[in-house]
Ligand binder design. Structure first.
Ligand SMILES: Nc1ccn([C@@H]2O[C@H](COP(=O)(O)OP(=O)(O)OP(=O)(O)O)[C@@H](O)[C@H]2O)c(=O)n1
Ligand SMILES: C[C@](O)(CO)[C@H](O)COP(=O)(O)O
Length: 258
């Protein structure tokens, strides 16, 4: 029998790029900390059993939740990097989450996750031999910068995707991949990168463009706009279903290659 589905939420960052004294995951939005919106977006999936939140050691802003809207929440101390925080969160999962159970990893700073995207990630990721991540196709022209601020070149973008979260992998495989990257002194900025270092090829699942990561004040303003629009019952331009550009169409992994 499959164990319960849990998520690890890295929330131990300082928000240096955002600035200000209050780490961005605790900034008030519509009367609640940003993190509350993120937890609500995750728990919108009825199959999510609980969440482990990796917080800064002795975080004075952590509300002390042991449940969020009736759903189990555990806290653990994060680490000096996002990857270290994720590893700490994996270690803090309940014993009932078995080695080969899938675990979601989702940034505390991504409050606008759509239920349909989470459902699609779980549906396709659980059928994949490696796991999967939400991602969005790059739609801007990408330039490589020279030291002098001039353009050194343009990167072909046909097969470039922006990694989003959640990312979905089996507990032990992810723990081992992250531990191996840490042991090698390799900085991995998402879970997929650690898996790629193991020679694995996680599946790309297209997600909504508005699954934004709140990094700067402009991102927060955009999330507040999206939240107000959703509260007003609007869902965006009728021509675009689910917020996806539809220009990506990741090749399906028909041959089960990993
Ligand atoms: N040591 C760290 C660093 C980051 N994170 C979390 O990883 C997510 C994505 O990281 P990022 O957006 O970079 O957040 P910060 O590191 O806080 O931002 P900055 O780099 O601007 O300081 C955030 O939810 C952040 O809280 C974490 O748990 N532990
Ligand atoms: C995990 C992530 O959100 C995928 O795009 C991103 O790598 C986090 O980067 P950050 O610099 O830690 O915010």
């Amino acid at each position: 029998m499959r164990g319960g589905l849990w998520a690890v939420v890295p929330a131990a960052g300082r928000g240096a790029r955002f600035g200000g004294a209050l780490p961005k995951q605790y900034l008030p939005v519509a009367g609640e900390p940003l993190l509350a919106h993120t937890l609500r977006a995750l728990f919108a999936h009825p199959g999510l059993e609980g969440v482990v939140v990796a917080i800064a050691p002795d975080d004075p802003h952590w509300p002390g939740w042991t449940a969020f809207e009736g759903r189990p929440v555990r806290a653990c101390s994060g680490g000096a990097t996002r990857a270290a925080s994720v590893l700490a969160g994996l270690a803090a999962l309940p014993a009932g989450v078995r080695a080969d159970d899938f675990v979601l990893v989702h940034d505390a700073a991504r409050p606008n996750l759509r239920p349909a995207d989470l459902a699609a990630l779980l549906e396709r990721g659980r059928e994949d031999p490696v796991g999967a991540i939400l991602a969005a196709p790059v739609r801007d022209t990408l330039k490589r910068a020279g030291d002098d601020g001039g353009i050194d070149g343009t990167e072909p973008r046909e097969r470039l995707w922006r990694a989003l979260t959640p990312q979905l992998f089996r507990r032990l495989q992810l723990e081992r991949a992250l531990a191996a990257a840490a042991a090698a002194g390799a900085e991995v900025t998402d879970e997929a990168m650690a898996m790629e270092r193991q020679g694995l090829r996680p599946l790309l699942v297209e997600g909504a463009e508005d699954n934004l990561k709140v990094t700067t004040a402009a991102d927060l303003a955009l999330f507040e706009f999206l939240l107000r629009r959703r509260a007003g019952g609007e869902t965006g331009h009728p021509a675009v279903e689910g917020g996806r550009s539809g220009t990506g169409n990741p090749p399906s992994r028909a041959h089960g290659k990993t």
